[in-house]
Design a protein around this ligand. Structure first.
Ligand SMILES: [Mg+2]
Length: 244
């Protein structure tokens, strides 16, 4: 199978976490872990681009043994542990205030939302079972009409509309002096589409959403993390010119 376009090899690889190096139950693929370590050890940085908050992403980064900066909260937070401060591309303050206000407008709404809000820096997440219609209607007429209301499988996000993995990665690549033309990305879900647009080559893992598989340059025949051993072998073979 042809994983890469002719005469091209990525010098940076960007990967989603949930559903990409994990399965649908959020269980991490150990074969993906080994393959990604090989890539980073070979001098091809691996960037985690995820909706997860910074502490969760950092833990995974540390245990994977990666070296590149991270793109967290769907582009809202860009960070490397060697940097004093994260680059915050939005503030969670307004979204948090909006959640408090919504609790007064909608009976029974829990303004504290999901557990990871305690570490969230650029947005706020309500529980996924809250009444989306009521939240959307209230937000449209309330004091924060500029905030987007977006439901994913895991939460209802109150967020600034410009946030995306694509916008976040632009900032990260600028800061690192990298070119998007040299980057390959791997993902599974609609929040990966802006990074598919931005970066040169995109791979959808097996089990990806249909729209994501359609948008990708290559669709893996292997589910989720099982994509990585053959993909990484193809990249390293291309890099050393072993490939015929
Ligand atoms: Mg995903």
């Amino acid at each position: 199978m042809e994983w890469l376009p002719p005469n091209w090899c990525p010098s940076v690889v960007v990967i989603d976490i949930d559903g990409t190096i994990t399965d649908g139950k959020k269980h991490l693929s150990t074969e993906a872990v080994q393959a990604l370590r090989k890539l980073d050890d070979a001098g091809i940085p691996v960037v985690l681009a995820t909706g997860n908050v910074r502490p969760v992403t950092y833990g995974l980064w540390r245990f994977l043994g990666l070296s590149a900066p991270m793109c967290c909260e769907n582009g809202g937070v860009i960070w490397h542990p060697s940097w004093d401060q994260p680059m915050l591309r939005a503030t969670a303050a307004e979204a948090k205030e909006a959640a408090q206000w919504l609790a007064g407008e909608i009976d029974g709404l829990d303004p504290n939302g999901i557990a990871t809000n305690r570490w969230r820096e650029s947005e706020w997440c309500l529980f996924p079972y809250e009444n989306l219609q009521a939240v959307t209607a209230a937000m449209a007429t309330g004091p924060w009409p500029h905030l987007s209301v977006v439901r994913t499988g895991f939460a209802i996000h109150l967020m600034e509309p410009h946030l995306s993995k694509g916008e976040g990665l632009k900032v990260l690549f600028d800061r690192m002096g990298w070119s998007v033309d040299d980057a390959l990305c791997v993902g599974d879900a609609p929040n990966d589409l802006p990074m598919f647009d931005l970066l040169h080559w995109s791979v959808a893992v097996g089990g990806a959403f249909d729209a994501v598989a359609q948008a990708a340059d290559v669709v893996s025949p292997h589910p989720h993390g099982a994509t990585f051993p053959p993909l990484v072998d193809a990249i390293l073979a291309r890099r050393t010119g072993d490939e015929a």
